[in-house]
Design a protein around this ligand. Structure first.
Ligand code: 3PG
Length: 211
């Protein structure tokens, strides 16, 4: 695992952020840092994504990455904006190879043995297990870890305080991603104190669950 992915793994949690307005990025970053989790995966689902990443990257105190990266052009935009890592919902050779050209770590989505094998074939050892809840959850990850001993998973999608323990208990889980700590409506409404509190709760829970 490279250095950036090791830092993600050390935090154990990856907040998945959807920002409608790049002006919310700075205050959100402040809430993440204040809550004890200086990590953000800003998804390319809104037009604000690149500017939001740039604003967070410029602060220098948050490990910011880009999510929902589905094209090589988005890889270029995200890296230019300052994304330190990239996350894809699925495994795309074009996305992975462009990320590798930039020497930026990429987590492609993989939930089947064939998809994990494809990621391995592209030289990767860490994948996003997405959507985790509807793809068999922690039991499916444990089953995949048997043949793929060196692979680390970042389950995301349907994860929250009620099932975080199942995922973090697995040694092959590098970190867990999710939006529950950073609800889109709270960010949009400027409820940064609420976000900070959710983030702090998530950090406390993950710390309690640390093996
Ligand atoms: C993602 O892009 O990783 C997911 O939308 C996050 O899933 P969640 O909202 O269920 O946490």
């Amino acid at each position: 695992m490279n250095d950036i992915l090791s830092q993600l793994a050390a935090h154990r949690l990856v907040p998945v952020v959807v920002l409608d307005d790049a002006r919310d990025a700075g205050p959100l970053a402040g809430a993440l840092v204040g809550g004890g989790l200086p990590v953000a995966e800003v998804t390319f689902r809104t037009a604000a994504a690149a500017d939001a990443i740039r604003a967070i990257a410029d602060r220098g105190d948050v490990l910011v990455g880009a999510g929902t990266i589905v094209t090589a052009a988005q890889v270029d935009q995200a890296v230019a904006a300052g994304a330190r890592y990239l996350v894809s919902p699925g495994t795309s050779r074009a996305v992975v190879e462009r990320a590798q050209e930039h020497d930026v770590p990429v987590l492609p989505g993989a939930v089947t043995a064939s998809e994990v094998q494809a990621a391995l074939g592209l030289g990767l050892d860490t994948v996003k297990f997405f959507p985790a809840g509807t793809s068999g959850g922690s039991a499916a990850i444990a089953a995949l870890a048997a043949p793929f001993g060196g692979v680390r998973f970042v389950p995301t999608g349907g994860v929250g305080p009620g099932n975080l323990d199942e995922y973090l208990a697995l040694p092959c889980v590098a970190a867990v991603g999710g939006s529950w700590m950073v609800p889109r409506d709270r960010v949009r409404d400027g409820d940064l104190a609420g976000v900070r509190s959710l983030v702090a709760d998530a950090v406390a829970l993950a710390t309690r669950l640390r093996p």
